[in-house]
Design a binder for this molecule. Structure first.
Ligand code: NDP
Length: 334
């Protein structure tokens, strides 16, 4: 059982020495629980936060334990009649080939007959679509004709956010890194405007957003923070809603940037809302059904970036921070 262990807490950018791939015997079945053979692990920016010993919505990953991850896998051994051997589950466990699972509310049976690859339970049928759905519908509350700006726009969450904006009749501006990602925003995801932030100063970004949204931004869906958020806040419309979903530009920095332009929130009577998908857990079936319907209707497209091999976990994970990932990053380990 190979397991991708957190050996020490990264300071700044994670380095390979922060982790170790160890090999251990397959665990025994816990009483009333399961052993799951993990096939796919979700690689998420949030995992970087869980590596820190800092107050958060979840305890830090203990040192010496595998990096926590949402996984999909097959029941390998079972002491629970509800989860027979050979059935499939989605689980919050770790990056490891086999997980001993004591059943909690994070373990759910899945029907992989519904999808062309079990990885879809980490992308199209997973938290990505739900984050975009509840962040948009419950917090941003889009109205036709409004302008939405989303950062991290070509990423897993961002690309769906923009597409939901289009479904609601909004003008959608996406901010992403590089010409190829900007091309995809327009051609693959139907955004109206794509802004490439790479190599641009905060002032450049303020200007480009102003040009794209002369009447200001009614909604900001923030995945990045830093200069991008500052530039957006400089371009708010009256009563703008900011969904604070992620701050990936800060996850590897020891010094956090904060937001300097708070005054602009007063000027525009804007609101900023810290968003956590877990708040909506009791409504996941509703959100999941709507996303599935939009996908079936061809209104939403969710791409995956599938990397292979538990021995490649570190390199795969770092794609999130270099921007190499094109779509929801998942790691195939079986
Ligand atoms: P993505 O697929 O968007 O991958 C991360 C992307 O972030 C990269 O591809 C890169 O795109 C961009 N990025 C990385 N570093 C920087 C940087 N320094 N400056 C600007 N852009 C950067 O990942 P997800 O869709 O999984 O996550 C997107 C965001 O949503 C994250 O902030 C995450 O924490 C947040 N999130 C929050 C949830 C919640 O409940 N609050 C739930 C799920 C996700 P590029 O090439 O464009 O730079």
């Amino acid at each position: 059982n190979r397991r991708f262990i957190l050996r020490r807490r990264p300071v700044g950018d994670p380095v390979p020495e922060d982790f170790e791939l160890v090999s251990e015997p397959i665990p025994d079945v816990p009483a009333g629980g399961l052993v799951v053979r993990n096939h796919y692990c979700s690689l998420d920016p949030a995992q970087r936060g869980w590596m820190d010993d800092a107050p958060s919505y979840m305890p830090p990953i203990p040192l010496g334990e595998p990096v926590r991850a949402t996984t999909v896998g097959e029941v390998y051994a079972s002491d629970n009649p509800d989860f027979p051997v050979g059935s499939w589950v989605m689980n919050l466990s770790g990056i490891e080939e086999y997980s001993a699972v004591e059943l909690g509310h994070f373990t759910a049976p899945i029907d992989i007959g519904m999808v062309d690859s079990p990885s879809k339970f980490l992308s199209a049928m997973g938290a990505v679509g739900l984050t975009a759905y509840f962040g948009m519908l419950e917090v941003a509350k889009p109205k036709a004709g409004e302008t939405l700006c989303v950062s991290g726009a070509a990423g897993a969450v961002g690309s769906v956010v923009g597409q939901i904006g289009k479904i609601h009749g909004c003008r959608v501006i996406g901010i992403a890194g590089g010409a190829e990602k900007c091309r995809r925003l327009i051609e693959d995801y139907g955004f109206d405007v794509a802004i490439d932030y790479r190599g641009k100063s905060r002032e450049d970004l303020v200007e480009e957003i102003a040009k794209a949204a002369p009447d200001g931004l009614d909604m900001v869906f923030e995945n990045v923070g830093g200069d991008i958020l500052e530039a957006e806040v400089h371009n708010l419309a009256k009563k703008a809603r900011i969904v604070l979903c992620g701050l990936i530009s800060e996850y590897n920095s020891v010094e956090k940037h904060g937001l300097q332009n708070l005054w602009q929130l007063i000027v525009h009577q804007a609101s900023i809302h810290g968003f956590l998908i877990m708040d909506y857990a009791d409504r996941f079936p509703e959100g999941g059904a709507q996303i599935a319907q939009w996908i079936a209707e061809g209104k939403v497209r969710i791409d995956e970036d599938v990397q292979e091999g538990i021995e490649n976990t570190y390199d795969a994970f770092m794609r999130l921070f270099s921007g190499k990932n094109t779509g929801k990053l998942v790691l195939k380990i079986a």
